[in-house]
Write a protein that binds this ligand. Sequence first.
Ligand code: SDX
Length: 431
Amino acid sequence: MTDKKATLTINHGDGTRDNVDLPLLEGTLGPDVINVGSLTGKGYFTYDPGFTSTASCESKITFIDGDKGILLHRGYPIEQLAEHSDYLETCYLLLYGELPDSTQKDEFFTTVRHHTMVHEQIRTFFNGFRRDAHPMAIMCGVVGALSAFYHDSTDISDPHHRTVAAYRLIAKMPTIAAMSYKFSIGQPFMYPDNSLDYAANFLHMMFGNPCESSKISPTIARAMDRIFLLHADHEQNASTSTVRLAGSSQANPFACIAAGIAALWGPSHGGANEAVVKMLEEIGSVDRINEFVARAKDKNDSFRLMGFGHRVYKNFDPRAKVMKQAADEVLAELGIEDEMLEIAKRLEEIALGDDYFIEKKLYPNVDFYSGIILKALGIPTSMFTVIFAVGRTVGWIAHWNEMISGSYRIGRPRQLYTGYSNRDFTPMDQR
Ligand code: SDX
């Protein structure tokens, strides 16, 4: 706590004014925040649609400096985690606050491995979907339904229940994701192979079949693992804030994660990776880039360069840099000449040299290159946001648990009401 404060002077417009002292709270990093909680008692609400200037909570999990392009998970830079760590170790870090020692790491990996199967009854759920259902629609439905099966991990007041729910969600998301893909192509579901690491197991369930043993390329498995890692958490983004809000009503963890999946689906958020690939396909060749850049700048055209811009980053998204390097490596190692990567690199060059993008500080974000790698790994476009959801599950759970294990109140924003004042019912013959 500090004795720093902001003094708000309210001019009532009738010559009178009030001064309201609002305490400032200091974080470890980032801007101070003004605690406006007392304003309701003074007869005021704050107004901040989109929460551009609003801190919704206190957190110790992830820090982002948008101007400098910095992303820290429990203090560790994302670039170092991407180079030296792996997804499950980063899961442990996000959940428990420290990197695991070798014993803790083995225990965590083993426990996650032994939660990878889903209840056999869940397999029948899929028959209720059309084969051409979008995998994100299936993910919303099936993950939400997990609360119908795992009653021994839905008591949010019990730390053991919360831990088991975390393991189950981290472990089962790849299984359910792969099932949603297999269902869409009419192939049999693959059971997890617990002799494989997390990403390799996912690829086994995605591309394996019962007729032959899976051959998982270590290069592809490492790239897949790094993609999960780069998507693991990102502070109070739209889907994480959705999970926190759902959790604040004391809904069970499976329902909260299903809410996060739904929020992630939008093309402004996690759906952007799928939209980027569709945009690059529509551009089709380097010669048409300027046409699309012009459209993105045209106020009268709703078209936006997907994969560009970010509410927080006004510099390069550090994840995009790692993703771009990974794209080069994976395509080189796989010997893939992908014109789409060339279009993406040229588009980035042109956009970053254009005054519109420079002035609005629009840089490539995490979604700009991820689709190119995923395509190179053989992941179908419709599964791109599902991959994002698999990676982000640990971030959602870490934030949910941080809130539930601390002190919290139900999230209940207020509004600026501009509708009708009180009026009497209008009889039909007067309408
Ligand atoms: C993710 O929050 C997170 O952390 C999210 C995420 C995470 O890990 O959880 O990082 C993941 O969601 C990344 C973002 C993926 N989305 C996209 O790539 C979709 C394209 N980008 C935009 O729609 C947009 O940039 C947002 C949604 C990402 C951010 O929107 P904001 O902060 O509300 O910004 P804005 O829409 O108010 O735009 C500010 C200005 C506007 O121009 P003016 O009205 O001021 O003249 O910039 C323009 C916009 O028109 N602009 C773009 C643009 N993005 C913003 N113009 C062209 N192309 C774009 N991509």
